[in-house]
Every structure is written in structure tokens, then in C-alpha cells.
Write a protein that binds this ligand. Structure first.
Ligand SMILES: *Cc1c(COP(=O)(O)O)cnc(C)c1O
Length: 408
């Protein structure tokens, strides 16, 4: 597939790509862990601190008004990004993990009871496993797991068998960080709704690769992190349907989330502030808007097409490497290439590639149960973003050959 992106000029937007690592120009293939930030996001961060740093919502001075307006503009920008019906359905969080914990703690504790069932999948990130385990332990609920096939695809027949009238919640990853699999979430949601269950999607990976439309998906909750979409660390959002968020109690207490406090009783603020206790991550929220503008300027379809080309190129190129096995060969997948090589431990692989200036992720990628499913302890994962090139993939392939000569 061709696309009209000028990758050389895009690379110029990311200052960090000029870094020299171990005497070599950095090759950054750890984008599924976090993406790099374009200059306009960095400028937005320093611009906020240099020109209008102030605490939001309560101040009436000029800087506070400017900061508040930029903060709320970001909320509307994220609303548009997800095609959410209302701005108050966008809750600012510290990231995907925080959003999932919010739902498990607030919705889960309020509406689930002993004997109710929660469904997740084999390919969940720990952040979409542990909060549900904690909830199930506390409430006496039952956690059920959708199995996968050897390609790394969910077994939808098995999923249907798990659904019963006791299923109250389904929480699945939209796109797997370890395998790249794009899950058939629309179907998952429709089937869950048919038995009356609510659905959360972990959108940490999907948000940088796929067009998102929460109304079309009809998901009840969607959690994501901006640092994986060329935005700052330490912030994300939780989308939730208004009627659900309205019915949910606050998750943390403090300033900002209240209407009135007396020692006898506190009344809570309305949405979205009810869930945003304390001073939020104002600078990062403000800068997030610029990351989304950047993505929109390039066009998500163009980004996806370029990444797809890189994935196909890399998938083909690694076929030459003897003993290499790709983990995750779903028909529908994003630009994540996870693999193991016979006789070479992933950790040694990571160290030796780093010596050549190539940043990959090695290990279990916060998906230990998934690694167990494949009978491995971890993989080497190269994950591609818009600024990566086929020349960099050639360097990776050379690097892998070198590692094989050294260790094989
Ligand atoms: C990164 C990631 C998370 C966790 O995101 P945080 O930003 O660390 O909260 C959850 N799920 C998936 C699929 C991820 O890739």
C-alpha cells in the first residue's frame, strides 16, 4: 500500500531520533512501550510552563483562566478523537492502568456481587488482569478467560460459551501489545450486551493505530494513555457512557471533585469533575491536544498504511533468520513484531541489539499469562511507528544476524 507521508520530514519533527546510542544513530523500535514526542508537543509543554502555568477551575486571574480554557479544550479534542457524544464523558486519568482501576473500583465495587462473572482474555496486559482479580477477590466474583489459538487470535466460539446471565462485565484489549492482534471488539461488545454485561476496552495500543469511534463500537468504557500516541507521559483518559458514569460513586476523594464539604456530609461535583480529585496533570493534558493534532495532520489512515508496510517488510525479512519464530500471526494485526530465536535468550538479544543502537523490548511485555500460553518466558518485540523506515528494519536484520553469529 502506498501513502503520501514524507517520512524524512516527519523524522525531523522528533528531536530524540538524532540521539547517538553506543556510537550508533538510535533506531527506536520500542513504540508499543511508548512513542517519541514531536517538537510541537515538547513546545506545548514548555509553552504552558513559561506562559500560563496556573491551577485550573478555581482561579479568576488571567493565567488561571487561560490554563482552564486550554485544559477544557483538550477534553473536547479527546471527545472528538473518540467520537464521544459528550465532553463530560471524558475523564482525565494518569493512563490506561488508572482508567481500568477506576472502573473496577467504582463500577465493579458498586454493581458486582458474589457469584457474578467477569470475562477477560488470555492476551490481557497485567493492567487489565490485576484490577479485576482484586475486585473478584474482594466481592467473590468469578474471573473467566477467553482462550486464543496459536496465531494469537481470540477463540470467539469459546467466548460465546463463557457468556451467561451471570456475566456482568467483559474487559478486553482492543489491540494486543505483545502480539499486535486486533480483536473483533464490535462483535465482543454486541455479544456481551446481549446478556446484559458492560464492556471496557483497553485501548492503549489501538489508539495510535486505528480510527476510534466509541459510538460505533458501542463500548461502555474505553481507557487509553496519551504517551502511546506521541503525547506526554502520565496522562490518559477514560471514556464512559454518561448514564454509567453518573451512577458510579467517586473513586478518589479530595479537592475539585466536590460540590460542598461539611464534616457531616460531602456532596459530589458533577461529571467529569467527580472523578478528577486533586490538581490534575495540567501541562500534560494541555500538550495532549497537540499530539492528537499532529496525528490528524498526518492522517491516521496514512500512518496505519506506512506502519503496515513496515510490518510486512519486517515479517518477510525475518524469514531469512534461521530458528526465528514469530509469536502472534493474527490475520488482523498492527505493526508489532514479536519473535523468539532458538537457543538465544531474549535478554541477551536485547543487550546485544542495544550495543548496536537498536532499542527493542524484550521479556514478557506485562503479559505473563500470555507468554505461558505460548510456553515461553518472553519475546523480542520490535514495534513500529510513523517515523520508522525500512532502512532501520535492515539494520535490525543485520543486528539479528550479528547476534546469531555471536551466540548461535
Ligand atoms: C501500555 C499498555 C497498558 C498500560 O498503559 P499505562 O500507560 O502503563 O497505564 C495497558 N494495556 C496495553 C495493551 C498496553 O499496551
Amino acid at each position: 500500500m502506498s501513502n503520501n507521508l514524507d517520512i524524512a520530514s516527519i523524522r525531523n519533527d522528533f528531536p530524540i531520533l538524532n540521539e547517538i546510542v553506543n556510537g550508533k544513530q538510535l533506531v527506536y523500535f520500542d513504540n508499543a512501550a511508548t512513542t517519541q514526542k514531536p517538537r510541537l508537543v515538547l513546545d506545548a509543554l514548555s509553552g504552558y510552563y513559561e506562559h500560563y502555568n496556573a491551577n485550573i477551575h478555581r482561579g479568576i486571574h488571567h493565567l488561571a483562566e487561560k490554563a482552564t480554557s486550554a485544559f477544557e479544550q483538550s477534553r473536547r479534542r479527546l471527545q472528538a478523537f473518540l467520537n464521544a457524544p459528550l465532553p463530560e464523558e471524558i475523564i482525565f486519568t494518569y493512563g490506561t492502568t488508572d482508567g481500568i482501576n477506576l472502573v473496577a473500583s467504582s463500577y465493579g465495587r458498586t454493581f458486582l456481587k458474589a457469584g457474578d462473572e467477569v470475562i477477560i482474555s488470555t492476551m490481557e496486559h497485567h493492567s487489565n488482569i490485576v484490577p479485576w482479580q482484586m475486585l473478584c477477590e474482594e466481592k467473590g466474583c468469578i474471573l473467566k478467560i477467553i482462550p486464543i489459538n496459536d496465531e494469537g487470535e481470540l477463540l470467539m466460539d469459546e467466548y460465546e460459551k463463557l457468556l451467561t446471565e451471570r456475566t456482568k462485565f467483559v474487559s478486553v484489549v482492543h489491540v494486543s501489545n505483545s502480539l499486535g492482534t486486533i480483536n473483533p471488539v464490535k462483535e465482543i461488545i454486541a455479544k456481551a450486551h446481549a446478556v446484559g454485561a458492560k464492556v471496557l476496552l483497553d485501548g492503549a495500543q489501538a489508539s495510535s493505530h486505528l480510527h476510534l469511534d466509541v459510538q460505533d463500537l458501542d463500548c461502555d468504557f474505553y481507557s487509553l494513555s496519551l504517551h502511546k500516541i506521541y503525547g506526554p507521559t502520565g496522562m490518559g483518559i477514560l471514556y464512559g457512557k454518561k448514564e454509567l458514569l453518573d451512577a458510579m460513586p467517586p473513586y478518589r476523594g479530595g479537592g475539585e471533585m466536590i460540590k460542598e464539604v461539611t464534616f457531616e456530609k460531602t456532596t459530589y461535583n458533577e461529571l467529569p469533575y467527580k472523578f478528577e480529585a486533586g490538581t490534575p496533570n495540567i501541562a500534560d493534558v494541555v500538550a495532549a491536544k497537540y499530539a492528537l493534532d499532529y496525528v490528524d495532520t498526518l492522517g491516521k489512515e496514512n500512518i496505519a498504511a506506512h506502519e503496515h508496510k513496515l510490518l510486512e517488510y519486517a515479517t518477510e525479512a525475518v524469514k531469512d533468520i534461521e530458528g526465528l519464530r514469530i509469536i502472534g500471526q493474527a490475520k488482523e494485526k498492527v505493526s508489532v513484531l514479536s519473535f523468539v530465536i532458538d537457543g538465544i535468550h531474549h535478554q541477551d538479544m536485547g543487550v546485544l541489539l542495544d550495543q548496536q543502537g537498536i532499542a527493542v523490548r524484550t521479556g514478557h511485555h506485562c503479559t505473563q499469562p500470555l507468554m505461558r500460553r505460548f510456553n515461553i518466558t518472553g519475546t523480542t518485540r520490535a514495534s513500529f511507528a510513523v517515523y520508522n523506515t525500512t532502512e532501520e528494519i535492515d539494520l535490525l536484520i543485520q543486528g539479528l544476524h550479528k547476534v546469531k553469529r555471536m551466540l548461535g
